[in-house]
Design a protein around this ligand. Structure first.
Ligand code: ATP
Ligand code: MG
Length: 396
């Protein structure tokens, strides 16, 4: 593919971001700390990234004149929202440098294309995705091989935080779940015996150089990331190397530019399985803000600006705890109150990040707390204290 050659973009140029959520907000903070200006395009006027950006374009992600205005203003544009229309990124790319590219984002937006891509990568990456089958019709259901059940039926597009997923045991379950999804194309994935889940954050520059962060161990609760621990207590050195090598190979085979996070399952027999990838900074990479030399957001700035990538070294063990709207509620009623942040901040090594969202709905990501300490055991003790203050149950 022939691409225009771009020279490095330097501050105080403006960097653009598609999407106004918390990832865009933390991106803006990182870009501005390097002296860049930030423009955000997002449909809702009061949004976490808009509060931080230098300028905002309030428009739909496919509004052509808004895209033209963003492209004209920015030396580079990125996305913080995974489901941004790939066509919009392609349109922007006619005007300015776009990272990640539309074609990379469109692979990650479609579980089927993503799985196929992982299979194609396997000879070099050494990892396969879970066994799976496309379910687009009732005939597909009849043809499900026995060994794909029990499984999980996932919508091909628009799934996140466990939404658009149903656990199924029989073909009849698949038929019912498929009908409930209004017949949108789905993927049936074999239910695998997971030992634990990890993610590998990588960044690749336009020159093909790449960096890989330390491997992160993730715990989900109700389908939403609950904690990320780095270094992962279950992760062996050998497993970390395998996952990092696989991630490096996948990001290169995708020809990707920017920050990419790849989620893997580690099975009970030690097999590494690649699950999915996010073409942007990722929730499991938030710990890098407080525990690494270069945060994932600063890295995204460097990659899109064609500047040298930063040092990924982790200087402190860290545990990231997502803060959901639930902690604003006392018990099961509707009354909300502000959590006792002063008490949380009294814990040494507690780094609080709140996203500026007005309404603390249950299960809504409102912020995160990273606990850094000289050892993982100490970080864990702080996590226990923070959870006690915030009334978050911790199964141990
Ligand atoms: P997110 O956006 O939070 O990453 P998602 O909705 O895109 O989630 P997945 O990551 O594919 O969906 O799945 C959510 C969780 O469900 C996984 O983190 C894992 O715990 C579990 N899961 C998914 N697929 C499988 C599988 N094939 N076998 C066992 N568990 C699975
Ligand atoms: Mg996932």
């Amino acid at each position: 593919m022939s691409e225009k050659q771009y020279s490095p973009a330097l501050p105080p140029a403006t960097l653009g971001v598609m999407g106004g959520g918390q990832l865009g907000r933390m991106f803006a903070h990182a870009a501005q700390s390097m002296g860049f200006k930030v423009a955000v395009l997002e449909p809702s006027s009061d949004c976490p990234a808009g509060q931080a950006a230098d300028s905002m374009i309030v428009a739909g992600y496919d509004d052509q004149s808004a895209l033209a205005a963003l492209g004209a203003q920015c030396v580079a544009v990125t996305t913080e929202f995974e489901n941004v229309p790939a066509d919009s990124l392609a349109l922007l790319a006619q005007q300015t440098f776009v990272a990640p590219a539309a074609q990379c984002v469109s692979v990650a937006q479609d579980r089927l294309l993503e799985k196929r891509f992982f299979v194609d990568c396997a000879p070099l990456s050494g990892v396969m995705p879970a066994p799976h089958k496309t379910i687009a019709s009732t005939e597909d259901i009849d043809a499900i091989p026995d060994d794909l059940l029990p499984g999980i039926l996932k919508t091909v597009r628009m799934g996140y935080d466990g939404k658009g997923q149903v656990r199924v045991k029989t073909r009849a379950d698949v038929a019912a779940a498929f009908a409930a999804m209004n017949g949108v194309t789905c993927l049936l994935e074999k239910m695998l015996p997971l030992a634990y889940e990890v993610s590998v954050l990588t960044a690749r520059g336009a020159d093909g150089e790449s960096v890989v962060y330390p491997i992160a161990e993730n715990v989900h609760r109700d389908g939403i990331l609950f904690t990320t621990t780095v270094p992962g207590p279950n992760v062996s050195d050998e497993c970390a190397l395998r996952a990092q090598d696989a991630a490096r190979s996948i990001v290169a085979q995708l020809g990707y530019v920017g920050v990419l996070c790849i989620e893997f399952f580690v099975l009970q027999d030690g097999t590494l399985v690649v699950n999915e990838m996010a073409p942007r900074p990722h929730n499991s990479g938030h710990y890098t803000i407080d525990a690494c030399v270069t945060s994932q957001f600063a890295q995204q700035v460097r990659a899109m600006a064609r500047l040298p990538l930063g040092d990924v070294r982790q200087h402190s063990p860290a545990i990231m705890l997502n803060i959901l709207g639930d902690v604003w509620y006392e018990g099961s009623g509707d009354a909300v109150r502000e959590p006792d942040w002063a008490k949380v901040l009294a814990l040494p090594g507690a780094c609080l990040h709140l996203y500026g969202k007005e309404e603390p709905r249950r299960a809504r990501k409102m912020g995160h707390l990273t606990l850094v300490a000289p050892s993982l055991a100490e970080a864990h003790a702080k996590l226990r204290s923070a959870c006690a203050i915030l009334n978050i149950g911790l199964d141990e």
